[in-house]
Ligand binder design. Structure first.
Ligand SMILES: NC(=O)C1=CN([C@@H]2O[C@H](COP(=O)(O)OP(=O)(O)OC[C@H]3O[C@@H](n4cnc5c(N)ncnc54)[C@H](O)[C@@H]3O)[C@@H](O)[C@H]2O)C=CC1
Ligand SMILES: O=C(O)[C@@H]1CCC=N1
Length: 271
């Protein structure tokens, strides 16, 4: 299927560029990729870096059979108001916008246009994304398979009902930020304990990578893996008690709930 379709990335910023580069690495011919950008310097940069054709939004809508909407949710209403009526009905619209439901796009597009909602994350830049894919009212199984094919080169994909996409956004969409936050905080802790910053950072980085590999490769439950580190009257349990005292688990649950709520607000604000 790859390469039979012309894919346009409308608003090729961080995520859009990542998708373009993933498609190219997966063998999608550059001649079947289009990108749009607001600033001429950005258009030039994309054309030089990837050899794809950078066109305006109208040409993308006229020439592509998969239109990927990669602008910020705040920019989507104006974009869709201008572009929606120009999109042909057999074009598949793939949105990677946080919060915006497929019904938002369907409202702006010709009746019957298939829309697919996707939530990926920035580890797509190193082919380690987690991408969740949901179909709107008119998306067929074949079109969902096409979306899967587009995002699989960037990491893992999963299909979920759209009702779960706001939770996905809170968990895996924003998830890398929480991990980086943790790394940053633990590096500070290392400095407090007297380690040079670079040493503290390297220790934590490899610990995160090693722990993630253990989770993935051992198939063990995280509780079991944590228990294996936590010796009776040892060091780890002292740290765990502090985390519990500071309600870190509750804070994480509340944080993700807040992210989910913001996704809902975006939907309410822009639809
Ligand atoms: N950054 C992240 O971690 C993730 C972002 N997302 C979603 O991906 C989408 C893009 O996010 P980023 O790549 O981070 O944003 P970004 O700001 O890097 O990219 C958006 C691009 O769209 C361009 N743009 C805006 N309006 C346009 C228009 N009318 N025509 C052409 N280009 C236009 C902007 O100039 C910008 O380059 C957002 O909707 C976001 O919710 C999804 C998952 C993760
Ligand atoms: O913060 C945001 O809105 C975007 C969506 C998921 C990750 N970044």
């Amino acid at each position: 299927m790859a390469g039979e379709h012309t894919v346009a990335v409308v608003g090729a910023g961080k995520m859009g560029e990542t998708l373009l580069s993933g498609l190219l690495r997966a063998g999608w011919p550059a001649s079947r990729l289009l990108a749009t950008a607001r600033r001429p310097e950005r258009a030039e940069e994309l054309a030089v870096r990837y050899g794809v054709r950078v066109v305006d939004n109208d040409e993308a809508a006229a020439s592509a059979d998969v239109l990927t909407i990669a602008v910020k949710p705040q920019d989507a209403p104006a974009l869709l108001a201008a572009l929606g009526p120009k999109v042909a009905r057999d074009v598949v619209v793939v949105s990677i916008c946080a919060g915006l439901p497929t019904s938002f796009f369907e409202k702006h597009l010709p009746a019957g246009t298939p829309v697919i909602r996707v939530m990926s994350n920035t580890p797509a830049m190193v082919d380690q994304a987690m991408t969740a894919i949901s179909g709107g009212t008119h998306a067929t199984a074949e079109q969902l398979a096409l979306a899967e094919e587009m995002f699989r080169p960037l990491g893992r994909t999963i299909r979920l009902p759209e009702s779960q996409q706001d939770a996905v956004t809170a968990l895996s969409g924003s998830g890398p930020a929480y991990i980086y936050y943790l790394v940053e905080a633990m590096t500070d802790a290392g400095i407090l304990l007297g380690l040079p910053r670079q040493v503290a950072y390297e220790l934590i980085l490899q610990t995160v990578i090693g722990s993630a590999a253990m989770l993935r490769d051992s198939g063990e439950h995280p509780v079991k893996l944590r228990e294996a580190v936590t010796s009776p009257a040892g060091t780890t349990i002292n740290a765990i008690r502090e985390l519990e005292d500071h309600k870190v688990r509750a804070a994480l649950i509340a944080a993700l709930e807040a992210a989910r709520d913001r996704a809902r607000e975006i939907a309410a604000d822009y639809t």
